[in-house]
Design a protein around this ligand. Structure first.
Ligand code: ZN
Length: 63
């Protein structure tokens, strides 16, 4: 999930990590990805605050 792109400002909220990276068009993308092995939640957002909100409100089925 955070393997092949260069994420900056990676933070963790509970089991969910939020990182910022540029996509292949040079735009900032903000990704929230759960680190729980059986969850697999991962989503991209246009703003950092949206990604952090998703991380805070994520209800992890595997946690
Ligand atoms: Zn999860």
């Amino acid at each position: 999930m955070f393997g092949n792109r260069k994420f900056r400002r990676v933070t963790r909220t509970g089991p969910v990590q939020v990182g910022t990276a540029y996509d292949n068009r040079g735009r900032e993308k903000h990704t929230a990805a759960c680190t729980a092995p059986r969850c697999g939640f991962s989503a991209e957002y246009d703003s950092r605050s949206a990604a952090e909100l998703a991380a805070r409100t994520h209800r992890c089925p595997a946690h």
